[in-house]
Write a protein that binds this ligand. Structure first.
Ligand code: NI
Length: 635
């Protein structure tokens, strides 16, 4: 078995049995819960040795976060399923795992039975309690007594007209409940006063949105000879690219050992890539909104919330699906069918030229490989789309859709921190900030990063710029972690070039890939605020660290109710050197969402992302060998 193969059901089962049989847990077996079960990444030298065809022993290890009490503590465990041994069992205090589904259900039952909650529903004239939708939110950290030593949630509620209705059309404004998730105990029901329900429903179902368009003709994508990729276990090969795919409960889709074949050998680009964290901070200061800041990777889990995808709907064409085998909260193996979708897309033209003298035209079609998964986290959907192109470029595009978090407003003024999206209904301003962890390996493990800006050359009229047209690029080596905390600058066309200084291309430059950022904000919250401390990774667009296997997640392993400062700010303050060594590049990107009526009742997709573009990695356009399409695209 390859060391990067996804965990199999029998390995997940073996990990659970090994933990229970070890006697290390303080509670009976049926009280043990598993908040995280994932592949413990093998040492890189083992992966490389296996990929070279060497016969090395592979120790398959599973990383677990175990819960054995309702308190603010977890057990971190590592189990070798090859040896049947527990390698690590460490109680970590004053941290919380991601929110648990079983506990969330307990929260709903506790609220339904609570007299103050029911009194608040009575004040809003709600008779049928089964139509009240309760959303348990990650609680954040605000120094309140409720938070101390507990795993808590803050709950917001919405009223549905029917079981299938869109509850976000009718918020129970002014109502928030604090609930101890571990104990299923209601701590406080805060009712700030009744705000009338908005008058309109928010259905996005076809039966409520007719008449439907009738002029759409079929658009079928057919590949009569099948797709051009090959799949072997989790290994994918397509158009000189090769990579392994995985699914982490928290990070979602993971790419391993991404490389491009050039001159008969695979040249590495990335050892591992994943969305290490994301945060959705809300910009409204009001009591039902100000605490909202969901870390959808670390507090819910992009893999845990992954969809089973449907042919012809989520993905169109000749599709290959990968299932996701994962553990439930009791550690038992479960299979999510069709969790990862892979297909090819036509992507317009790859390159073209018409020679005016000879009249000869050459044009090539571009095609990309698409590897995607979609997570539903509460009201929102996030689609993660990795694209691989024939010219050696790769790209991550996040597609944001779903339903906005809403608030009811008396009157028609949403104030300066929200927008009216329907009568009596507003959506607060917020951001979606993603952090991708790129364990780079451009032509080998030892890389360095340069910041490259384009700037005018001195003042017009001087010797170096007599006509005022001259501009050049500056290239600044980011030598250590503090110097490598950087932000985008579109006015300077800023990019970050990840180079291998031991390898040269045909023009004598180090081989490189550049990180081409999109138009992206950083965190707008104050650095001293609760979310500013917890999501400090989002205060810069770029961070670079030396590779360290335990540094995996941009806001640390336990962002839920964390006091802040964990992850990138904590690691990089050591200011370790990041030149000509095994480095990890962390890129924060996203959108600032100023809601609009067109985003209601369901959002058309909004996009965010970045590209990794070969920049002197190849000696010339690597896509000259793409053949012309049959018959009519050349000559
Ligand atoms: Ni949004």
């Amino acid at each position: 078995m390859h060391p990067l193969a996804p965990l199999r059901a029998d390995e997940i089962d073996a990990a659970r049995r090994t933990v229970l049989a070890s006697g290390l847990a303080d509670v009976p077996d049926d009280a043990v819960r598993f908040a995280y079960v994932g592949l413990c990444d093998p040492p890189k030298d083992v992966v490389r040795a296996v990929d070279r065809g060497e016969d090395v022993a592979v120790d398959r290890r599973v990383r677990l976060v175990v819960l054995q009490s309702p308190q603010a503590e977890v057990v971190e465990a590592i189990v070798s399923v090859t040896r049947g041994e527990v390698d690590r069992w460490e109680v970590v205090r004053d941290v919380r795992p991601a929110l648990q589904i079983e506990e969330s259900i307990m929260v709903l039952a506790a609220l339904h039975a609570h007299p103050e909650w029911n009194a608040a529903l009575d004040r809003r004239g709600i008779e049928d309690r089964s139509l009240v939708q309760i959303d348990p939110w990650p609680a954040g950290t605000f120094g309140l007594a409720h938070e101390e030593g507990r795993r808590i949630t803050r709950c917001l509620a919405f009223l549905r007209e029917s079981k299938e209705d869109n509850g976000y059309a009718r918020p129970l404004e002014g109502l928030v409940a604090f609930v101890d998730m571990g104990r299923g105990e209601v701590l406080e029901v805060l009712d700030l006063g009744v705000v009338p329900f908005p008058p309109n429903h928010g259905s996005y179902y076809p039966e409520h949105n007719g008449p439907l368009r009738t002029d759409l003709k079929p658009l079928d994508i057919t590949q009569p000879e099948g797709p051009s990729f090959e799949v072997e276990g989790n290994l994918v090969r397509w158009q000189k690219w090769s990579m392994r795919l995985g699914m982490d409960p928290l990070e979602g889709l993971v790419l391993y050992t991404v490389g491009y074949e050039d001159g008969g050998r695979v040249r590495p680009v990335l050892f591992r890539a994943s969305v290490s964290e994301m945060v959705v901070p809300y910009g409204h200061p009001g009591p039902t909104q100000a605490w909202k800041s969901a870390f959808d990777a670390g507090e819910w889990g992009l893999g845990r919330m992954a969809n089973s995808l449907t042919l012809g709907c989520d993905c169109l064409g000749e599709i290959f699906y990968f299932d996701d085998v994962h553990a439930d909260e009791r550690g038992r193996p479960r299979t999510r069918a069709n969790a990862i979708c892979m297909h090819e897309e036509d992507y317009g033209i790859l390159w073209k030229h018409h020679d005016m003298v000879s009249g000869r035209t050459e044009v090539r079609r571009s095609r990309r490989l698409v590897v995607s998964s979609i997570a539903t986290v509460g009201n929102y959907e996030y689609g993660f789309y990795w694209y691989f192109y024939m010219d050696g470029t790769m790209q991550l595009e996040v597609k944001l859709t779903g339903i906005m978090s809403t608030m009811a407003v008396a009157g028609d003024d949403a104030g300066p921190h929200a927008k009216m999206i329907a009568p009596g209904l507003a959506a607060p301003y917020h951001q979606h900030l993603f952090n991708v962890r790129l364990d780079m390996e451009v032509d080998g493990p030892d890389n360095a990063v340069y910041e490259v800006d384009a700037l005018p050359t001195g003042n017009m009229g001087r010797e170096e710029n007599p006509w005022g047209n001259a501009f050049g690029t500056t290239s600044t080596l980011l030598e250590s972690e503090l110097a490598a905390r950087r932000d985008v600058d579109p006015a300077r066309s800023r990019t970050w070039r990840i180079v291998n200084r031991a390898r040269r291309n045909a023009v004598g430059e180090p081989t490189a890939y550049k990180l081409l950022p999109g138009s992206t904000p950083t965190l707008l919250a104050d650095p001293g605020s609760s979310v500013g401390r917890r999501a400090a990774f989002a205060s810069h667009n770029l961070w670079v660290t030396p590779f360290e296997p335990e540094e995996r997640r941009a806001a640390g392993d336990y962002p839920n109710q964390h006091g802040g400062g964990a992850g990138l700010p904590e690691w990089t303050v050591r200011d370790r050197p990041v030149v000509d060594t095994d480095i990890v590049v962390w890129h924060t990107f996203g959108v600032t969402h100023v809601p609009r009526p067109e985003d209601w009742p369901v959002m058309p997709v909004e996009y965010a992302g970045f590209s990794l573009v070969p920049t002197g990695f190849f000696d010339r356009n690597p896509a000259l060998d793409v053949p012309p399409s049959p018959d009519h695209c050349h000559g």
